[in-house]
Design a binder for this molecule. Structure first.
Ligand SMILES: [Zn+2]
Length: 293
């Protein structure tokens, strides 16, 4: 499942063909993804210019000249294939791309600059929605989301306040989208390892007795920002590699420190621990029991 850095990478990959361009033709090859597509979906997009391409948590938001916002979520298995004008026209590329993916190519955006963005989603948990810009704050999918982890509003005081008095452990608290938006299983494991904090620790210990943030909250916020920023940088380089091959966007390989590395030596300098796997709320947590307290 794509996490925030992957979604940000997809946004950056879409920007060259979508930002500032007009939807010339929209092919909706089926009537639904996770939910039915908006009524008159293609017609409401065609002729509109994308005036900006942003992101909120794991939603990509395309601002349209019509005053509506196209909200896109990749779900479990969604990806975009982006082809700029003049690219991808060699027979080999064309053949490989079509044979691999065409059955799940559900939506194709043909842009006025000659570029195309094709949405592919085998499991169809993704979604596309059209929301009037002035009603975006009340949009149910976005309304309950906490602060952006890379935004200015997210800091130790805010995190400590959100966790004060919580019975949940740190892992569960960070996965709660109302506490911080867009964090998933992988980057929560990675951030907790960087901050040397145990996933089993009570979330409430991020706040001191007077509710002020404990030093570990400061460290954790820093670790979350670092782990996401590093992944976005890695995504940027994978984006360049991908563009050289077939323009497929959505997934890339990372070198994780603990995620999916059960039994590996802990990468913390001087730590002799071994990465362990633990199941919390039905999901795997990877951590080092020696240096994460
Ligand atoms: Zn360790």
């Amino acid at each position: 499942m794509p996490e925030l850095p992957e979604v940000e990478t997809v946004r950056r990959g879409l920007a060259p063909v979508m930002e500032g361009a007009r939807f010339e033709r929209v092919e909706a090859r089926r009537a639904d993804l996770r939910w039915p597509l908006p009524e008159n979906f293609a017609r409401r997009l065609e002729g509109q210019t994308v005036t900006g391409l942003g992101r909120r948590a794991k939603y990509i938001l395309a601002d349209l000249s019509s005053g509506e916002v196209l909200l896109m979520h990749l779900g479990m298995s969604g990806s975009f294939r982006v082809v700029a004008a003049g690219e991808g026209s060699t027979p080999g590329d064309f053949h490989r791309v079509r044979s691999r993916a065409s059955a799940h190519d559900h939506i194709v955006f043909h842009m006025s600059n000659g570029g195309t963005a094709t949405y592919n989603d085998p499991r169809r948990f993704g979604c596309m929605k059209l929301v009037p810009r002035e009603h975006l704050d009340e949009e149910p999918l976005l309304r309950a989301l906490g602060p952006e982890p890379l935004g200015n509003a997210f800091d130790a005081a805010m995190l400590a306040k959100a966790c004060a008095g919580k019975k949940a452990n740190l892992k569960a608290a960070l996965l709660d989208q109302r506490v911080v938006a867009g964090l998933g299983n992988i980057y929560v494991c990675e951030a907790l390892h960087r901050a040397h904090l145990s996933p089993k620790r009570k979330a409430s210990t991020l706040a001191g007795r007077n509710g002020a943030p404990h030093a570990r909250a400061v460290l954790l916020v820093e670790s979350i920002r670092d782990v996401l920023s590093d992944a976005i940088v890695a995504g940027g380089s994978s984006l360049r590699d991908h563009r050289q091959t077939d323009g497929e966007l959505g997934y890339f390989q990372h070198n994780f420190r603990v995620y999916d590395r059960e039994g590996a030596p802990c990468p913390t300098e001087g730590c002799k621990g071994v990465v362990r796997r633990l199941v919390q709320s039905g999901r795997s947590t990877f951590y080092c029991p020696v240096c994460q307290k």
